[in-house]
Design a protein around this ligand. Structure first.
Ligand code: NAD
Length: 260
């Protein structure tokens, strides 16, 4: 994918997991990368690793909590200051919250999940889109989940937030397609990242590996997904090779969301 050379891509939640894997993939394709995360230590580690592997790529880091509107406005302003444009936004930062039934769910954690997963994605689009409109070009990938397509036991706020991401994606595609901005969402199944490893610890604290193996057996492929597999899809959706896919929520889950 030659046409990612010199593109400017913002990645939120870039310090680890799916965000970091996408940063590696995009850096390998020659894009300039803006790494955004609220964990400044992991962010610096991520930058150091990328810098070593891709010494010719321009990488900047910005510490921001995506649930804070001012912090989002700031990462957009800083990116424009550094590069003069924004070609792509990978709106990826998100949390799972805790696992609990609807009636037992801690309301404060519910609100936190919504603030990060829903409002964080909204703020990202709100401040990046005007920059893309001026350029008459942009690509946005919002991270939903299979929990944005169907229900997931004991994760109501996560499911609510991810259905909202899918809905916001449709609206952004409708409202800004005329400006050359294509917006899509991805819906990963279980991809082995630190977030998912934590979830297996919660399901079976004594033996998280057993929980992982059991979960993998439900998937048609009998395995979990890998972050670099998701990164390939994200790179395509953020590139000019994607000329006409917009407003979609694309599952990347080994086919699991088709099972009854
Ligand atoms: P992860 O926990 O491994 O990494 C998430 C990164 O986002 C971390 O670096 C964290 O510091 C950062 N982050 C979290 N909240 C933030 C905030 N408010 N502001 C800035 N940075 C923040 O998680 P992951 O598995 O890589 O998940 C990334 C995204 O993919 C999330 O939106 C998640 O819901 C979604 N997702 C993941 C899976 C999966 O199987 N891993 C499946 C479906 C959806």
């Amino acid at each position: 994918m030659e046409n990612m050379k010199n593109k400017v891509i913002i990645i939120t939640g870039a310090a680890m997991g799916l965000g970091f894997a996408a940063a590696k993939e995009l850096a390998s394709l020659g894009a300039n990368i803006v790494l955004v995360d609220y964990n400044d230590k992991s962010l610096n580690d991520a930058r150091a690793e990328l810098g070593k592997e891709f010494p010719d790529v321009k990488i900047i880091t910005i510490v921001a909590d995506v649930s804070k509107e001012e912090a989002v406005k700031n990462y957009v302003d800083e990116t424009v200051k550094a590069f003069g444009r924004i070609d792509g936004l990978y709106n990826n930062a998100g949390i799972e919250g805790k696992q609990a039934s609807i009636t037992e769910y801690d309301v404060n954690i519910f609100k936190k999940v919504i603030d990060i997963n829903l409002m964080g994605v909204y703020y990202g689009m709100r401040y990046v889109i005007p920059v893309m409109q001026k350029q008459k070009f942009g690509r946005i990938v919002n991270v939903a989940s299979v929990g944005g397509i169907r229900g997931v036991l004991n994760q109501m706020p996560y499911v609510a937030s991810k259905h909202a991401v899918s809905g916001m994606t449709k609206n952004a595609a409708l409202e800004y397609g005329r400006d050359g901005i294509l917006t899509n969402a991805i819906a990963p199944g279980a991809i082995l990242t630190p977030m998912v490893a934590e979830a297996f610890k919660e399901v079976n604290p004594a033996d998280p590996k057993a929980a992982e193996t059991e979960y993998a057996q439900r998937n048609p492929t009998r395995r979990l997904g890998q972050p670099h597999e998701v990164a390939k899809l994200v790179a395509f959706l953020l590139s000019e090779d994607n000329g006409y896919v917009s407003g979609q929520t694309i599952a990347i889950d080994g086919g699991e969301s088709n099972m009854y």
